[in-house]
Design a binder for this molecule. Structure first.
Ligand code: AMP
Ligand code: MG
Length: 416
């Protein structure tokens, strides 16, 4: 029996074989979830001009000093400043300018009195600015004013390379007027499923055959991780067919091929045979459960990562190895996946391999509790689907008692 490699060794090797993809320029419209390749400095101040944070009256704070409900101060209204308008006047002493939220503060004014603290007398309500305004509260200089550059100053670093853009980041870049950015090219993964027993969705059931569930699951996982999928379908267990699928992947310039099935010790495990005979096998078999027979290698330079066919093994293999691989290609720094602590609700037996068990984690009295979902067989997708976390039993551990604190990987945002 060949020795099993540790999970960390395997992940480390895979990551060492991959580097961030070339840089391309894209429009901000396409930027969601893309990874910045160059630093971004603010090209201008934000906000770009000093403006009002409320609807009200721009004033000189000195002019309304001492204003109260009993003794309001009356100011003449000089002008209206709607949003989008740039005032080219200086507010004369003893005057106010009616101003809308976001409109530039005129020269001379240093504060805004909210409209709620005023009372208007109109000349002609429809067309003219109010004739005068009574102010019931004093304001300090700077009140209800957003100074230019309050949010960010020109030249200040906004994002470092390696940052994956979220909607709020894209909003910020748009506010700064940045319409194009340099990002790493999106990783393109070719995927195929291997197995004579597989039939595609949409066909009638056939005795002895099963539906190919891995391909769709892996496709979604790749997309969720930020990759693009070239779907190469189902490949039956012959060297010729596997070779031909790999050649198609090469023609499509994929950055990584991800396969499932056919990497175990059986005579029909043709992916392994083909990589061993016609490519380079770098590693095979990890000290992990589920998902021991994982293979990484190259076929004519193209990196190939093969996961076991059992659906739960394929899922776990994806989380542990493929996601970090996609992140590396995408230019993201490696961050170990978020681990949380939970308390075991029942004892667990393990076989000494690093185990990723399907668990349901719940909160009770402020404590995070973990229990396993039904049958832990590596083919049982229902148990995986019921789980909201993977529970990690470290290598070398054979049993854990009730009440033991374990590490979990949340699968749902609801747990974080
Ligand atoms: P293998 O890794 O090829 O030995 O397959 C292990 C188990 O996973 C077998 O029971 C296969 O039928 C099953 N399997 C392989 N590929 C898939 C797939 N794409 N979808 C669902 N089950 C699969
Ligand atoms: Mg097979």
């Amino acid at each position: 029996m060949s020795t099993l490699l540790s999970v960390d060794e395997v992940r480390h090797h895979i990551l060492s074989q991959l580097s961030p993809l070339p840089v391309e320029t894209i429009s901000l419209e396409q930027a969601f979830r893309r990874v910045l390749a160059t630093p971004i400095l603010a090209p201008s101040d934000l906000p770009p001009f000093t403006n009002s944070s409320v609807d009200g009256f721009a004033v000189r704070a000195l002019d309304v000093k001492g204003a109260s409900q009993l003794h309001p101060i009356e100011l003449k209204v000089f002008a209206d400043i709607p949003a989008g308008f740039s005032p080219h006047f200086t507010l004369p002493p003893g005057h106010a300018a009616r101003i809308m939220t976001g409109a530039p503060l005129p020269n001379g004014a240093d504060a805004v009195v909210p409209i709620e603290n005023t009372n208007l007398s109109f000349h002609d309500k429809a067309t003219q600015p109010p004739y005068s305004v009574q102010v019931f509260n004093p304001v300090n200089p700077g009140d209800n004013v957003r100074p230019r550059g309050q949010d960010i100053l020109r030249g200040h670093p906004v994002f470092e390379p390696g940052h994956r853009l979220r909607p709020q980041d894209i909003g910020l870049l748009a506010a700064l007027g940045i319409s194009h950015i340099e990002v790493y090219r999106q990783p393109r993964l070719g995927i195929f499923s291997t197995g004579d027993e597989l039939i595609p969705l949409g066909t009638a059931p056939i005795p002895g055959k099963i539906y190919d569930s891995n391909r769709l699951m892996l496709k979604m996982l790749i997309e969720q991780a930020g990759g693009e999928v070239i779907d190469l379908g189902i490949v039956t267990d012959t060297l010729d067919n596997v070779r031909s699928a790999l050649d198609t992947a090469r023609r499509n310039n994929v950055d990584l091929v991800l396969t499932s099935g056919g990497v175990s010790v059986g005579v029909f495990d043709v992916v392994r045979h083909l990589i061993e005979q016609e490519g380079e096998r770098h590693l095979w078999r990890v000290n992990m459960r589920p998902g021991k027979p994982i293979l990484f290698g190259r076929y004519h330079e193209m990196p190939v990562l093969s996961l076991p066919g059992n659906p739960v093994s394929a899922f776990v293999g994806f989380w542990v190895f493929v996601r970090p691989a996609i992140y590396r290609l995408a230019g993201l720094p490696f961050v170990p996946p978020l681990r949380l602590k939970a308390i075991l609700e029942h004892p667990i037996e393990s076989d000494g391999r690093e185990s990723y068990l399907r668990a349901i984690v719940s909160y009770t009295n402020g404590q995070r509790l973990a229990r396993l979902t039904g049958h832990q067989g590596s083919g049982n997708l229902f148990g995986l689907s019921q789980a909201n976390a993977l529970l990690i039993v470290p290598a070398g551990v054979k049993s854990l008692p009730t009440g033991h604190e374990v590490d979990i990987w949340p699968l749902d945002d609801s747990l974080i």
